[in-house]
Design a protein around this ligand. Sequence first.
Ligand code: KIV
Ligand code: ZN
Length: 563
Amino acid sequence: MKNASKYAPGFFPPENPSADWARRSRIERAPRWCAIDLRDGNQALPTPMGVEQKLEYFKLLVALGYKEIEVGFPAASDTEFGFVRRLIEDDLIPDDVTIQVITQAREHIVQRTFAAIKGAKRAIVHLYTSVSKAWREQVFGKSRDEVADLAVYGAKLCRTCAKLNDGCEITLEYSPESFTGAEPDYSMEVIDRVLDAWQPEEGREAIVNLPSTVSLASPNIFANLVEYILKNLGARKFVTLSVHPHNDRGTAVAEAELALLAGAQRVEGCLFGLGERAGGADLVTLALNMYSQGVDPCVDLSDLPAVRRRFERLTGMAVGERQPYAGELAFTAFSGSHQDAIAKGLKWRAEHPNIKWSVPYLTLDPADIGERAGADVIRINSQSGGGGAAFKLEHAYGFRLPKGMKHDFGAEVGSRSDRLERELTADDLHRIFMAKYSPKPYPLRLIDCHFERGGGERIYTALDCEYKGDTLRLRGGGNGRLDAVAAALKSGIDLDFKIDDYEEHALSSGSTASAAAYVGVDVGGKIWWGVGVESDIIFASINALFAALNSYIAGGGATEDRQ
Ligand code: KIV
Ligand code: ZN
């Protein structure tokens, strides 16, 4: 990148920051959230929402539990103004919700803003003026004092209008826009002068909102700035410190979190990080980051897929597949080792339900937010392993594969998915499993078998079977029925094998009860697997043995005889 010399850090870090925030490790309670989707978010959409869409979005935010909602920039357009009027005139603002409207420091804009909120029970009027060095020099062409005067002018206008607005409880909020590109002492001076003009008091608080209008530095710098402003607010009372990070450097959530550690009490942001350019602080991620640490975020995200669908429909924006928590793939494991750990973690959790959530790779239980949970977090492709494939098969079809068989099945699934170049569903896995491991009628086929007890524990069998087209009657004895059948087979056919593994379990209950049996046979040091599913466990195991032997013959032994 040959042009790096064109750039230099454009921010002003506070000197000797106290960085107390760096010694805190946990956000202990949810801040006051202010959802600014209908203003900051909406103004950044290629096609901004109309009144009806904004109304539906407002209802969504209310239903999720947001209590402060910036509903628009009423002086900016008739739609914005009309929307605020609609909320008030149709009495759509719940008693515990406060709307917020934004204004610039110009008389007719402030007046129209106050006209928009007439009749509301409560409102936050949000005044902003830009303070950065770049703005002062390039946009305003004004000195530090002149730019500060503009903020004070706006602040006084707002205070006067607020006094005249009978019956409406008004909170004033000030944002030093482009704060991240201003000298900290200068931002503080402007904030101080605005607060002097407002004189907040009990019952008439003020909000100071620090925006990273454009994020210019790593999030620790923002935290240092927040802490600097907070310390310099000193003994001022009735002032709430709010933050409003943007995501230019991909760190809006980090800025919000570090700002909370630094003492901020309120966060402005949007669902899924909607907002100008790279967006703003994602309220969903922030809330669920807290939730997954045991802190109630005080908003209800228990059906996140439904929120995502409504968001996408109303805004026309897509939530990325890798978006934290909300993305289609945010909880999905394709890789074999991840799947194995998740499957074991979920099993361990089922056995230890009272222990705090700690399943590997899953920061929270996806079921808590309505996302695919349990076996559904595991999806199978060519990167997957036997653990994941077996876990999915077990959850969908009840098969509990022995460990060795999982590896064998995983290899088959991996190569099948590789060849097909697609993901495999649970039904695909079942088809592959049955095709590979269930008994084939050739070259070895069971016709019938009978057992009788000999002396002690010994069992004898008379076995009728077909081998490579010949019908055989074989006899054998062993310590159990499967052992006896294996001995009978070895006596009559040219196969030198031994049973290496055997497991069985009930597959279903009730009148259609069935059992699954798995047999691994060792032929020359390599294990071949078969499964049998029957209502009778003995026949399930004999079928599994026949399936394993046919598999060996087809795959390595008498291949020339394969039908
Ligand atoms: O990002 C920003 O600075 C803003 C202000 C207008 C508060 O949205
Ligand atoms: Zn913004």
